[in-house]
Design a protein around this ligand. Structure first.
Ligand code: SF4
Length: 298
């Protein structure tokens, strides 16, 4: 059961465990909020049209690494070592491939797959350079979180790990399988962590003490301490984004916003900014019209 699989594009792949079955009404997730900020049309293609995207090795790697780390923390602390993590790697890949057989097409032959598994194993090795999981006792891994703000905005997503210190202080942990980001990527990562900090603050009534981003590839961690005023401001930001999404959703006016990121956009052939024609707008997925409205990004 590859519980760690996600629908976040650029992060991890969709699976039945994390996919669209949980949503009953449109909600905002960090990845879809980022999509809308980057390009409203990208948001539409992903969250409203739900157009398929080509899976990548990097996404598959992220999914498998998250799955292995989740399984590692299900084991008794003494067994959470490098050898055990390495043993979990191939079963996690096989399970993901069973859920999404098309992933097998990412590899031309067994040799390429072996190389990919080795490089994925390297990320797990890097993880052990950043912390010792035998010394940790997470409260939760791969936790689905959801809360409704006073304004009615529904926030939804998955937290990689929640640690709670004996003193009761909460730490949110997020594993990144790409490189440590430059400024834009860092802002995006912090946006995601603030999102989860806000959800936890609203659901548990306490501010997380720390947000920890672990960049496995570069063996670097980025720690951040949120404060109440900042999260209140962030809440207003999310409300404004959601209102803008609703306006676009009702009118169908999701404008393309070309940038250098278009080169990584699967929907470029459909994009009017690049000479394409989008499919007819399917309409905004009101909750009563669909029981699983794309989970709008979670
Ligand atoms: S190609 Fe660029 S402008 Fe067009 S939908 Fe994708 S990100 Fe937006």
């Amino acid at each position: 059961m590859a519980k760690s699989a996600r629908t976040e594009t650029g992060g991890q792949l969709a699976s039945s465990a994390r996919g669209g079955s949980g949503g009953r009404r449109p909600a905002l997730s960090p990845s879809r909020a980022s999509d809308f900020k980057q390009c409203p049309l990208l948001y539409r293609f992903r969250a409203v049209d739900r157009l398929p995207e080509t899976p990548t090795k990097a996404q598959a790697r992220g999914t498998v690494v998250h799955s292995v780390l989740e399984r590692l923390f299900q084991l008794p602390a003494a067994r959470r070592d490098r050898a055990t993590a390495a043993e979990l790697l191939t079963p996690a890949w096989r399970e993901l491939r069973a859920e999404q057989p098309e992933l097998a097409e990412l590899f031309a032959d067994e040799h390429e797959l072996t190389e990919w598994l080795d490089s994925t194993g390297d990320l797990l090795e890097s993880y052990f350079e950043l912390e010792d999981p035998r010394r940790l006792d997470p409260e939760a891994c791969e936790l689905r979180v959801e809360t409704e703000l006073d304004s009615g905005v529904l926030l939804r997503g998955f937290v990689d790990r929640i640690d709670v210190a004996p003193t009761g202080e909460v730490r949110l942990v997020d594993y990144k399988t790409g490189s440590a980001p430059r400024q834009v990527g860092e802002n995006k990562a912090l946006f995601q962590m603030k999102f989860y900090a806000l959800v936890l603050w609203r659901t548990r009534g306490e501010l997380p003490r720390q947000l920890l981003l672990m960049y496995l590839k570069d063996r670097q961690s980025l720690a951040y301490t949120p404060d109440e005023a900042e999260l209140r401001g962030f809440e207003r930001t999310l409300q404004a984004i959601w209102q803008a999404i609703l306006r676009a959703g009702r009118s169908g006016d999701f404008r393309p916003t070309p940038s250098r990121l278009c080169d990584f956009c699967d929907f470029k052939p459909l994009c009017p900014a690049h000479g394409g024609t989008p499919p007819p707008y399917p309409g905004w997925p009101e909750a009563e019209q669909r029981t699983t409205p794309a989970e709008h990004g979670a």
